[in-house]
Design a protein around this ligand. Structure first.
Ligand code: 5GP
Ligand code: MN
Length: 335
């Protein structure tokens, strides 16, 4: 993978460009792809954003979201666009299997692939150019840097600003995680100077739940949580009948895992959710417990040092047992 600096000259000749991200895009994945989209179209490129799957409703206010193609729902059309692309940008993921059903078409595509991402252990051989920085708060911050470093700071308009702010805000836990550096705040200051209304974005993301989501949160905190003080760990487990009972949609479970770390002394929070095709784990930690390694080693996953995800084919109860049986091995690290 060559430095992204060597890619900048290619920005000046109009191309067919696809911008994509990981499956079930979150604020950072959708924000970075759309932020880059609003930049690239100004340079005269023919740009299509393709999401591997659907996404949460709370992202549907974002400028340009109506033009995002859902690969799962439009396979043929999307495959056609991918096969005609000269350049594919891969944002907010660094291993092709994070795009689920898009892995094969992306692997087969012979065009230039560019990575912009902040997750650990990138599959560098899969990309021609790119930038992988695990210290960065978000992919949105990296897209901002990409635009500035390519000499196009003047192309950051209000649409770009709204999209990039979204991912920086969601990936930093509203500017509270240690990844929130001075450069994050300088970037936000610039976006504010462009006229960004940040309160509106916070409301769009966090204050648009339906009643059922809040009741589901209450139900799970009361009935589906175990606190294992011996290991400073709290874990939640959600059955598919829970999701059905409360009519839970994509994105409604986001943020649930963060409640676990609000308990005094808890350093490790985990949640497993029974999805149709797999049991999906989310791991969060505070301080020096490395959940990226934990997820990679035991649950076919990965991510960041303090936030990672994984999966299992076992039932919720089986994978929960496995999780609990692992804890004694980590007793020292969790102390
Ligand atoms: P979340 O728990 O919010 O789904 O994910 C936490 C972080 O870990 C995100 O940055 C996400 O991209 C990453 N992540 C989630 N699931 C997986 C996975 O199965 N594999 C890898 N490599 N990363 C994951
Ligand atoms: Mn991210």
């Amino acid at each position: 993978m060559q430095s992204v600096n060597n890619f900048f000259p290619l920005l000046s000749s109009p191309s067919n460009i696809v911008v994509t991200c990981h499956q079930k895009p979150d604020g950072d994945a959708m924000g970075s792809t759309l932020g880059l989209y609003h930049f690239l179209v100004q340079l005269g490129h023919n740009v299509t954003v393709i999401s591997p799957t659907n996404w949460a409703d709370f992202l549907n206010w974002m400028p340009g979201v109506d033009k995002v193609l859902n690969y799962d729902a439009n396979k043929q059309k999307a495959q056609g666009i991918i096969s005609e692309a000269n350049i594919i940008f891969c944002l907010d993921f660094n291993i092709l299997h994070r795009t689920k059903n898009m892995e094969q078409p992306l692997t087969d595509a012979k065009c230039i692939k560019v990575l912009i991402d902040h997750h650990q252990q990138p599959q560098v051989e899969a990309f021609d150019y790119g930038i992988s920085l695990t210290t960065k708060s978000s992919t949105c911050e990296m897209v901002y840097d990409f635009i500035v470093e390519s000499g196009n700071k003047d192309k950051i308009n209000l649409d770009v600003a709204k999209c990039l702010y979204t991912g920086v805000m969601t990936d930093t836990g509203s500017f509270r995680f240690p990844s929130t550096t001075a450069s994050v705040h300088y970037m936000v200051a610039h976006l504010k100077e462009l006229g960004l209304e940040h309160s509106e974005i916070h409301s769009n993301i966090f204050d648009t739940s339906l009643e059922n989501r809040l009741r589901f949160t209450g139900f799970t905190l009361l009935n589906r949580m175990e606190v294992l003080y011996e290991y400073n760990t709290a874990v939640m487990y959600i059955y598919s009948q829970d999701l059905k009972r409360f009519n839970i949609k994509t994105g409604d479970t986001e943020g649930l895992v963060n409640y676990l770390l609000t308990i005094l002394g808890i350093k490790f929070g985990a949640i497993v959710i029974d999805r149709d095709e797999e049991r999906k784990w989310s791991f969060r930690s505070k301080g020096d417990f490395d959940v990226n390694t934990f997820a990679r080693k035991h649950f076919e996953g990965g991510g960041h040092f303090n936030a990672a995800g994984g999966r299992s084919d076992a039932t919720v109860d089986e994978t929960m047992n496995k999780f609990k049986q692992l804890l004694p091995t980590y007793k020292q690290e969790l102390h």
